[in-house]
Design a binder for this molecule. Structure first.
Ligand code: HEM
Length: 483
């Protein structure tokens, strides 16, 4: 059969006679329902959108590869890290968190840093941010937290009262708030920022021995940020500034790259470290656990189609491969449910068989059917287990490593409450000018808050991190430090 790419067809492949004039009863008569080509066009158009991501709705993506530069097989049996020089294709999606799909790129917000590695042992997703910590440390607070970042139910406006009320009543947010309000809160481009896995994960080697691990992607372009006035101007002039920059850089062959490093903690240290290493509001000191290089990620290909590749991409912290496991981090545990659930709702039950999400590794299981099943659905192969027909079988050596748990089932917080030391350490690390800009940004962001009670409570947190920090914000807001 000859294929004529220039011949316009219906979605069923039949040639279209007229794509400019709908069929009417006479030249001035009503439109005829028998014009099924018109009906199909209008109906399909109505269905062009899938629900946008409830968070991280605005994003940009790129393809690339990951190459191992150092042998860490003593820590993990993950196949894609098994030898120096090994390359694995990957896809990344960068995003802002709070804005809608059409919102501006240059706002003050953490940036999502979601990486999908198409390994030979299945997909591995590392769904992190450009910050090493997060605002909260228990998944049960996430919906409330995000409500404060989104629009007010009546005014449909962003609401600084809710933002600072929540943060001031959730002092575990202080570390991330300090990062967000610092110069790093608005990256110059998506290429000029680091990425982090943020959570603690577990690596397990071929002997079944585990270590705790944290991931750091170090930008080879250097860290660069936007001054708030430049960012505000760009937000108006070119809301897609970061999206455009990434696309153009790759298009011009200026391929951005990151070094992937890890921090490794022996399992037993988790019981004695000076805070709980699973608490995602804390960083591990690099003096205690230095960065070890693993490999290099290079982005060298733009998506061919935004919707197919970026909008339909589904990343989940639970998409893991043998050798990489979860930790008891209470946020990570909640995320293991939230993402796959969002994907089934947003993209559909068979989202993982779409080309952008489909593993390069072979998929063999007993799942069948469901909406939009677009592969051969397992064909005539055996569709249940156990069976006597040589269906795929489990590989017990790929079970996650077992680990001891103890204690009563209960709703409990992490057992340490020092939300101040690390935020204060970060403040003290900044230069005088950086501190001034930090305080200025916070003052600007807190000014619209109506209740002094909220401002004073938050100033108290800044003060506990570093008295100078608290005093600076208080002075900027014309308030005196609370008792
Ligand atoms: C996206 C939930 C914490 C990074 C999402 C989505 C949901 C979600 C439902 C949309 C997924 C989709 O529609 O495809 C949660 C919950 C959290 C949490 C319940 C806490 C319990 C975090 C943390 C990080 C993070 C701590 C980073 C360290 C991201 C990123 C995306 C995302 C990067 C966008 C992924 C993409 O590009 O498709 N989150 N999140 N989230 N989240 Fe979270």
């Amino acid at each position: 059969m000859t294929i004529n790419k220039n011949k316009l067809t219906t979605s069923w492949g039949a040639p279209v006679g007229d794509n400019q004039n709908s069929m009417t009863a006479g030249s001035r008569g009503p439109t005829l329902i028998q014009d099924v080509h018109l009906l199909e066009k209008l109906a399909h158009f109505n269905r062009e959108r899938v629900p946008e991501r409830v968070v991280h709705a605005k994003g940009a993506g790129a393809h690339g590869y990951f190459e191992v530069t150092q042998d860490l097989t003593k820590y993990t049996k993950a196949d894609f890290l098994s030898e120096v020089g090994k390359r694995t294709p990957m896809f990344i999606r960068f995003s802002t968190v709070a804005g809608e799909n059409g919102s501006s790129d240059t706002v003050r917000d953490p940036r999502g840093f979601a990486v999908k590695f198409y390994t030979e042992e299945g997909n591995y997703d590392l769904v992190g941010n450009n910050t090493p910590v997060f605002f909260i440390r228990d998944a049960i607070k996430f919906p409330d937290f995000i409500h404060t970042q989104k629009r007010h139910p009546q005014t449909h406006l962003k609401n600084p009262n809710a933002v600072w009320d929540f943060w001031s009543l959730s002092p575990e947010s202080l570390h991330q708030v300090t990062i967000l309000m610092s110069d790093r809160g608005i990256p110059a481009t998506l290429r000029h920022m680091h990425g982090f896995g943020s959570h603690t994960f577990k690596w397990v080697n071929a002997e079944g021995q585990g270590v705790w691990v944290k991931y750091h992607f170090k930008t080879e372009q250097g860290v660069q940020n936007l001054a708030p006035d430049v960012a505000a101007q760009l937000a108006g002039e070119n809301p897609d500034y970061h999206t455009e920059d990434l696309f153009n850089a790759i298009d011009q062959g200026d391929f951005p790259a990151w070094k992937l490093c890890v921090q490794i903690m022996p399992l037993e240290d988790a019981n004695t470290y000076r805070f709980d290493p699973f608490d995602v509001t804390k960083v591990w000191s690099q003096k205690d656990y230095p960065l070890i290089e693993v490999g290099r990620m290079v982005l060298d290909r733009n998506p061919d189609n935004y919707f197919a590749e970026v909008e339909q991409a589904t990343f989940s912290p639970g998409t893991l491969v043998p050798g990489i496991e979860v930790s008891p981090d209470k946020m990570l545990q909640g995320r293991l449910f939230a993402y796959a659930d969002a994907h089934r709702y947003r993209v559909g039950a068979n989202h993982n068989s779409l080309p952008i999400n489909r593993p390069k590794a072979e998929v063999n299981n007993y799942q069948r059917d469901g909406q939009m099943r677009s592969d051969n659905n397992g064909g005539s192969s055996v569709y249940y287990e156990p069976n006597s027909f040589s269906g795929p079988t489990e590989t017990p050596h790929n079970k996650p490593a077992s680990y001891e748990v103890s204690g009563a089932a209960d709703s409990v917080a992490y057992d340490h409450d020092d939300h101040y030391t690390q935020a204060g350490d970060l403040y003290r690390l900044l230069s005088v000018e950086e501190r001034e800009r930090l305080v200025q940004t916070i003052v600007g962001a807190m000014k619209p808050v109506e209740k002094d009670e909220i401002k004073l409570r938050q100033i108290g947190h800044f003060y506990k991190a570093d008295p100078e920090y608290g005093k600076g914000v208080a002075a900027g807001l014309g308030l005196s430090i609370p008792e």
